[in-house]
Design a protein around this ligand. Structure first.
Ligand code: HEM
Length: 588
């Protein structure tokens, strides 16, 4: 104790060094907060065009906003938007990293424009995810980092990356080519067949079967069918715990995101290691039995070893680079499995939940499904017209509303080489601009929130938010303004509705608020499959089964915000349900 005491000026006053430390820290914190607040309000008041976004004040130098952000990411960003408004981009200091956070719908649209798409990249987020979440070897990261040639067939001017090293372009080309057109049609058809074989071929007969959790049921059945449609029939058998490992890994992603080292948090690394090993075993086996260079128009869309052409194309371009080793390839595919399933499956869970908990909504949905199926003349099997299903107004509205409310992710862009101007704001090169789908989804300037008599707050599900009724000028997704029936903040023109017809599905006026798939050139290439997967799964399940939720009325599941900003938000609680085979369904 003695050596903790300091006698000053022989005055006889004893200062405990702990008190001195506390007082100094408080003074430093107060001064830091004062200075950063003054700077912030000074930046806000600037009248000039081309100004720098204000910083969000913080208390601790160097650390900045990091603790508040990591403590509760969603709350921190919600508060920042509440304090500064949607039209003000903000500078966040997250430890050593400084980034901008943008929340205005108009700003999103400008960031997704062709011009901005050409001069920005997504490298920072991709590198962070590869290294910290998916376990790409550190030695390979410089190879990804060096590619600044863009996503188009023609490299960006001023870049001199070797043609065979254009990894960003290869990735984008493979995804866009094979997740649309014939590849998409084939993948959806296979997915629905695999799902049907798994679920309908299962033991659930005409007696009610009680299942403890809808999300868990889909995590197994939908995951297995989707993975088989994309990656073939041999990836899952490489490890008896692949499916449970995958979801355990997803559970640990918020921990990996915080960057804790292995010795402090071994579980995420252990489970990720098991998955990467399994993927490597699958790659090896598939290479022994299949030729990944077969991605031409004459080659099969799907074979059991690598699955879809997408997976063969990914192997092939990785081989061509000469850089990618087996570990890097496994990490890339883990990343794809993550992107594919962790968004779709939680979204699908909410989609089914919202429909099944409202009997009148369910019966309207069943009518829309009914007109999209037919019996095959040859096999007597039920066939779905997936394109027609995905064009049904109510199904689309529920799907869009589900993604608005239940997907919360952050998308990033980094300006390359020169400043990026958005409105009066200027963003310097090489600094990340982040925007959150949740901020867009909750932006009251964008969305229709009903009226006093029938309010539809943005944090509540409204099945009809995206429907325009010909005779109801208050309907439709975008905010109604006193002097303007529709707010077309993206400059689009309202489509005509035929008064004789029913409601139409519409996205008019809300494209800057609805960004679960990001936007511009880097917009999610899997969105068409995701939509068909979500709507097709519901159609299949409701065609063959009666499904009833067993959730007690008093208990409503909420979104687990721990998963913000990683995409689909799973429910906070189990959703018990029961199902039984319909007795009179056409097929047996
Ligand atoms: C509800 C489901 C899904 C959501 C919400 C979602 C969302 C996203 C978002 C926000 C991005 C980044 C876009 C940007 O930077 O602008 C992305 C990228 C990507 N997604 Fe999805 N996704 C979903 C399903 C899928 C599926 C099913 C697949 C594959 C079949 C897929 C494959 C990809 C790929 C390959 C990328 C990277 C594209 C690139 O970097 O160029 N996604 N996704």
């Amino acid at each position: 104790m003695e050596n903790m005491e300091i006698t000053l000026f022989n005055s006889g006053v004893i200062y405990d060094s702990r008190i001195i430390a506390c007082v100094s820290l408080t003074l430093i914190s107060l001064t830091t907060y004062f200075v950063t607040s003054i700077n912030s309000s000074f930046s806000l008041r600037q009248k000039k065009r081309r100004k720098a976004p204000p910083g969000v004040p913080y208390w601790i130098p160097i650390v900045g906003n990091l603790f508040s952000f990591l403590w509760n990411r969603c709350l921190f960003l919600d508060k920042a938007v509440e304090n500064y408004g949607y039209s003000t981009p903000l500078l966040l200091r997250l430890g050593p990293v400084k980034l901008y956070f943008v929340s205005g719908a108009d700003h999103y649209l400008k960031l997704f424009s062709n011009r901005a798409s050409r001069s920005t990249n997504t490298k920072a987020a991709v590198l962070f995810a590869l290294e910290n979440l998916f376990g790409t070897p550190k030695s390979i990261l410089p190879f990804y980092a060096a590619d600044n040639s863009g996503v188009n067939a023609n490299p960006l001017p001023g870049t001199n990356v070797k043609p065979e090293h254009r990894i960003t372009y290869f990735q984008a080309r493979a995804a866009h080519r094979h997740l649309s057109g014939p590849g998409l049609a084939h993948m959806t058809e296979l997915y629905l067949n695999f799902l049907k074989k798994r679920v309908v071929g299962d033991q659930i007969g005409s007696e009610w079967v009680y299942l403890p959790n809808l999300y868990q049921f889909l995590q197994v059945e939908v995951f297995a069918a989707a993975v088989e449609a994309m990656c073939g029939s041999y990836i899952l058998p490489t490890s008896s715990t692949f499916i449970s490992d995958f979801w355990e890994f997803v559970d640990t992603v918020p921990t990996l995101f915080k960057g804790l080292p292995r010795w402090m948090s071994p579980r995420p690394y252990r489970v990720r290691g098991r998955l990467l090993d399994a993927i490597k075993r699958w790659h090896k086996f598939a290479h022994e039995h299949s030729d990944c260079s077969k991605t031409g128009t004459e080659d099969p869309e799907w074979e059991p070893y690598f699955g879809s052409k997408l997976m063969r194309a990914r192997q092939e371009y990785s081989r061509i680079t000469g850089f990618m080793n087996v570990d890097a390839l496994a990490a890339e595919d883990l990343g794809l499995l993550f992107a594919t399933n962790t968004n779709s499956i939680p979204s699908l869970t909410w989609f089914i939940y919202e429909i099944c908990r409202d009997p009148s909504l369910k019966s309207r949905v069943e009518k829309e499904i009914e007109v999209c199926r037919a019996l095959s003349v040859e096999t007597d099997e039920i066939l779905f017209d997936i394109n027609k299903l995905c064009s049904q107004p109510l199904l689309q509205s529920i799907y869009a509303e589900t993604l608005r409310l239940r997907v919360a992710l952050i998308v990033t862009r980094t300006p390359e080489r020169k400043d990026l101007d958005i409105g009066d704001w200027v963003f310097p090169p090489d600094r990340v601009i982040a925007f959150s789908s949740r901020a867009g989804a909750m932006n009251p300037h964008v969305w229709n929130v009903g009226n006093k008599e029938t309010p539809h707050p943005l944090d509540e599900f409204w099945a009809e938010r995206f429907l325009i009724y010909p005779n109801d000028p208050t309907s439709g997704p975008c905010r109604k303004q006193v002097d303007d029936e529709r707010c077309l903040n993206d400059g689009s023109v309202p489509s005509q509705t035929d008064p004789g017809e029913g409601p139409i599905f519409s996205m008019e006026g809300v494209t800057g608020g609805w960004i679960p798939y990001g936007g511009g050139q880097r917009m999610c290439p899997g969105r068409h499959f995701a939509k068909q997967e979500i709507i097709g799964t519901l159609a299949l399940l409701l065609t063959y089964y009666e499904i009833e939720l067993e959730v007690q009325k008093a208990r409503t599941p909420k979104c687990d915000m721990k998963f913000f900003p990683f995409g689909g938000l799973p429910p906070t609680m189990e959703i018990p349900f029961r199902m039984r085979r319909r007795v009179n369904e056409a097929e047996n």
